[in-house]
Design a protein around this ligand. Structure first.
Ligand code: WT7
Length: 665
C-alpha cells in the first residue's frame, strides 16, 4: 500500500459548500405510523445511553429475541476480539420464522418475489407467508442433511435472485451450516478460489439466472469451477431458466429431487451465539479476496435493530419494504433477509435488471406492490437520472415513505434528484454508511429524527462510537480529514478473516491501536455530521461493488500478452468509480482495440464482468519511483484527465508520463 493522502480525489470544496438541510417530516405518512425515534433529543439521549451502558442497551433489545438459553454476558471485549451474548444459544432461522408464527402471524406475508420475465399476464409473483417459508426452509434443511451437510460445514451458494436463495440461507442457518454466498456475476475462477479457501464440499446453484432478458449460465460456471478445485462433492441445482445444462450423475442433484418427500419440519440447531453464521468474501488491498466471518447472536440483533430504526419498520401497517441489492452482497444478506424477517414487514425480492423490459421497471414494481421503504445504490440513482424523469413520472410512487441509499458516497446532485423525483420532497433519505465487515448500518440518519444534508451519512447509529482520527488515534477537529474508525465493539462486527488471523489484525487493527480502521477517509462538519471521502487503501468502489485494484492487476498479468499492469480508479458518470488499467505488453504484441477487447473478456473470465476495465492504456513502461514502486497517484491523475499536481521528482522516466498522456482511447 502506498499510504495515500486521505481522499485525494474528492472535491472537498463542493462538499464543504453544501448547506441545504432537510428536516424530517413533521408527520410520517400514515402507513409508517409514528416515527420510532421522533426527534434529535430522543436520538441523542438514546445514543448517549447506548455508549455509556452498552450492556443494558443491547441486552434489553436482545431479550426481545428468542434464545434457547439466555446469555451470560452481553459483551466481552479485548481488541480486536469481541464476544456478544456469550453463553447464549439461539437460531436466526427460528427468529426469522417461528418467532412470528408462535406470535400468531404465520399467515402474514414474509417474502414477496417478482421474476424478471414479463409474460402476457405480467411478471411471475410469489408471496410466501411465514408458515410457507418455514416449511420450504425445513424441507431444504432436511434435504441438505440427507446429503451429509451438518453443523459447521460450509455450503457455497451461487444462485440468482430467486426465493430459494433466501430459503437456502435460512436452511443452512437452521442446521448450523455456514453459508458462503457468491454473487452470480462472479466467474468460475472466483467460485473455485472461494470454495478452496473455505474447503466447501457442497454448492447450491441454478441452471441459470435471468438478467436483462438473457440467461446467466450459473451451472456452466459451477461446472467450470469444479474443474479447478477438488473440494466440490455435491452440486444441487434448481431449475429456473430451462437452459441447457450438463449433469454429472455422481455429483449433481436436482433441487426438487432433494426436497420432494422431505419432512416439512426440522428442528433448529441450538447455536452458540458466537458460532459462525456465514462467510462472505470481499476484496481488499491484496489480490486475494478475504472471507469475512460473521457469527450468530450479535449479527441477528444488530441487523434487525438497525433495519427497524433506519427504515422505521412497523408490523401490521401494510408496509412493503424493498431493497434492490443482490443477496450476493452483504446488503442483501442483512437488509433483504436477516434484518427484515424478524421485523414482520414483507421483504420484496426482485430477480432482474432495473431496465427490463423498460427503464421504468423499478417504478412499476413500486407502484404495483405499493412499496413503502425503498433502498438502493447511488450508481442506480445516477442511471435513473440519465434514463430520464419520464420513467418515474409514469407511475404512482405515493406509497413511498422512506428512501435509502448505500454502497458509495452519493453526490449531492443524485441525492437531490432522489429527493425530488422519487421522494416528491416528502420522503426522508437515509444515506447508510457501513461495510461487509460491519455486518450492519453504522452511520446513518434516522428518518423521523435526523435532519439530512445531501452527501452526508450524518450520525452514528445507536451503540456505535464512530470517530475521525489521525494515525495516533487522536480525534480530528471539524472539517479536517482523517481515518474513519470505530472505537467500541458493536454486535455485528466481523469476528475475523477466515483462516487468516494475521491479515485480520494487519488490515483492521494495526493502523490505530485498539480501534477498528474502516479503510475510509472521512471528516466531520461543524454539526458533527460524517462525510465519507473515499477509500484510503487500494480498494475501489465500482457501482457500489468493492474491487481490489491488485485483483484486477493479477487478472491482467495472468494473460500471456501482458507483462505488467497497474489498475487505478477514475471518475465515472454512472459507476462512481470506473476501472482504468495501464498495461505493458510482451515483445511484438500489437496494441490495438482488439487486444483491449480480449483483455476485458479475460478479466471478466478471471473475476467477473464487474471487474472489466473501462479504459485500457498500453504503455512501454509504467511510471515508477526509484525504488521501483508504481506511482499510482500519477496514474490516477492521468486516468481522470487531471493535470498532475503531484511531485514527480522521483519519476524514473519522465517520458513515460508524457507518452501515457498522449494516448487517448
Ligand atoms: C465500502 C464498503 C455496505 C454495503 C455495501 C458496500 C463504501 C458504503 C457508503 C455510504 C459512502 C459508502 C465505503 C465502505 N460505502 N456505504 N453510504 N457512503 N461510502 O459494502 O462492499 O463492504 O463496501 O463502501 O467506502 O468502506 P462493501
Amino acid at each position: 500500500m502506498e499510504g495515500h493522502a486521505v481522499a485525494e480525489n474528492q472535491d472537498i470544496r463542493s462538499v464543504l459548500q453544501e448547506d441545504r438541510i432537510f428536516e424530517p417530516p413533521a408527520e410520517f405518512d400514515s402507513r409508517i405510523g409514528g416515527a420510532l425515534v421522533g426527534s434529535m433529543e430522543q436520538y441523542r439521549s438514546m445514543h448517549e445511553r447506548s455508549l455509556e451502558d452498552p450492556e443494558g442497551f443491547w441486552g434489553e433489545i436482545a431479550s426481545e429475541f428468542h434464545w434457547f438459553k439466555p446469555w451470560e454476558k452481553v459483551v466481552e471485549w479485548s481488541a480486536p476480539d469481541c464476544r456478544w451474548f456469550d453463553g447464549g444459544t439461539t437460531n436466526i432461522s427460528w427468529n426469522c420464522l417461528e418467532r412470528q408464527i408462535e406470535a400468531g402471524h404465520g399467515a402474514d406475508v414474509a417474502l414477496i418475489w417478482e421474476g424478471e420475465p414479463v409474460g402476457p399476464n405480467g411478471p411471475e409473483i410469489i408471496e410466501l407467508t411465514y408458515e410457507q417459508l418455514l416449511k420450504q426452509t425445513c424441507r431444504l434443511a432436511n434435504g441438505l442433511k440427507s446429503i451429509g451437510v451438518g453443523r459447521g460445514d460450509v455450503v457455497t451458494i451461487y444462485m440468482g435472485m430467486v426465493p430459494e436463495l433466501a430459503i437456502a440461507m435460512l436452511a443452512c442457518a437452521r442446521i448450523g451450516a455456514v453459508h458462503s454466498i457468491i454473487f452470480g456475476g462472479f466467474s468460475a475462477h472466483a467460485i473455485a478460489d472461494r470454495v478452496d479457501d473455505a474447503r466447501s464440499k457442497v454448492v447450491l446453484t441454478c441452471d441459470g439466472g435471468w438478467r436483462r432478458g438473457s440467461v446467466v449460465p450459473l451451472k456452466d460456471n459451477v461446472d467450470a469451477a469444479c474443474e479447478m478445485t477438488s473440494h466440490i462433492e455435491k452440486v444441487v441445482m434448481l431449475r429456473r431458466c430451462g437452459n441447457q445444462v450438463q449433469l454429472d450423475a455422481d455429483r449433481d442433484i436436482d433441487w426438487h429431487d432433494l426436497v420432494s418427500g422431505q419432512d416439512d419440519a426440522c428442528e433448529c440447531e441450538h447455536m452458540e451465539s458466537e458460532d459462525m453464521l456465514f462467510l462472505l468474501y470481499t476484496s481488499g488491498s491484496t489480490g486475494k479476496p478475504k472471507g469475512i466471518v460473521h457469527t450468530t447472536g450479535g449479527y441477528m440483533v444488530h441487523t434487525a435493530t438497525t433495519a427497524r430504526y433506519v427504515f422505521n419498520l412497523v408490523p401490521g401497517r401494510n408496509q412493503v419494504y424493498w431493497c434492490t441489492a443482490d443477496i450476493g452482497w452483504v446488503t442483501g444478506h442483512s437488509y433483504i433477509v436477516y434484518g427484515l424477517l424478524p421485523n414482520r414487514v414483507p421483504t420484496l425480492m426482485y430477480e432482474g435488471a432495473p431496465n427490463f423490459p423498460e427503464e421504468d421497471r423499478f417504478w412499476d414494481i413500486v407502484q404495483r406492490h405499493k412499496v413503502t421503504q425503498f433502498y438502493t445504490a447511488p450508481t442506480a440513482i445516477r442511471a435513473f437520472m440519465k434514463w430520464g424523469d419520464e420513467h418515474p413520472a409514469k407511475h404512482d410512487l405515493s406509497s413511498l415513505c422512506v428512501l435509502g441509499t448505500v454502497g458509495e458516497p452519493i453526490n449531492p446532485e443524485a441525492w437531490m434528484w432522489y429527493h425530488k423525483v422519487i421522494g416528491a420532497e416528502r420522503c426522508p433519505i437515509v444515506d447508510t454508511w457501513w461495510q461487509t465487515e460491519t455486518g450492519g448500518h453504522m452511520i446513518t440518519p434516522l428518518p423521523g429524527a435526523t435532519p439530512t444534508v445531501p452527501g452526508s451519512c450524518t450520525l452514528p447509529f445507536l451503540g456505535i462510537d464512530a470517530a475521525i482520527v489521525n494515525d495516533k488515534g487522536e480525534e480530528q477537529p471539524p472539517n479536517i480529514g482523517g481515518l474513519l474508525v470505530i472505537r467500541k465493539p458493536w454486535p455485528s462486527m466481523l469476528r475475523g478473516i477466515y483462516g487468516d488471523r494475521e491479515r485480520f489484525i494487519e488490515t483492521y487493527w494495526s493502523r490505530v491501536k485498539g480501534m477498528y480502521t474502516a479503510g475510509d477517509g472521512a471528516r466531520r462538519d461543524d454539526r458533527g455530521y460524517f462525510w465519507i471521502m473515499g477509500r484510503i487503501d487500494d480498494v475501489i468502489n465500482v457501482s457500489g461493488h468493492r474491487l481490489g485494484t491488485m485483483e484486477v492487476e493479477s487478472a491482467l498479468v495472468s494473460h500471456e500478452y501482458v507483462v505488467e499492469a497497474a489498475v487505478v480508479g477514475m471518475p465515472h458518470e454512472i459507476k462512481g468509480t470506473g476501472i482504468a488499467a495501464f498495461c505493458t505488453l510482451g515483445p511484438d504484441i500489437e496494441a490495438d482495440d482488439q487486444l483491449r477487447d480480449l483483455l476485458r473478456r479475460h478479466v471478466a473470465e478471471e473475476i467477473g464482468a464487474i471487474a472489466k476495465p473501462d479504459m485500457i492504456r498500453f504503455t512501454a513502461a509504467l511510471p515508477k519511483t526509484r525504488s521501483g514502486k508504481i506511482m499510482r497517484r500519477l496514474l490516477r491523475d492521468i486516468a481522470s484527465g487531471n493535470e498532475t499536481t503531484q511531485d514527480t521528482t522521483t519519476l524514473e522516466d519522465f517520458t513515460v508520463l508524457a507518452k501515457l498522456r498522449e494516448q487517448d482511447e
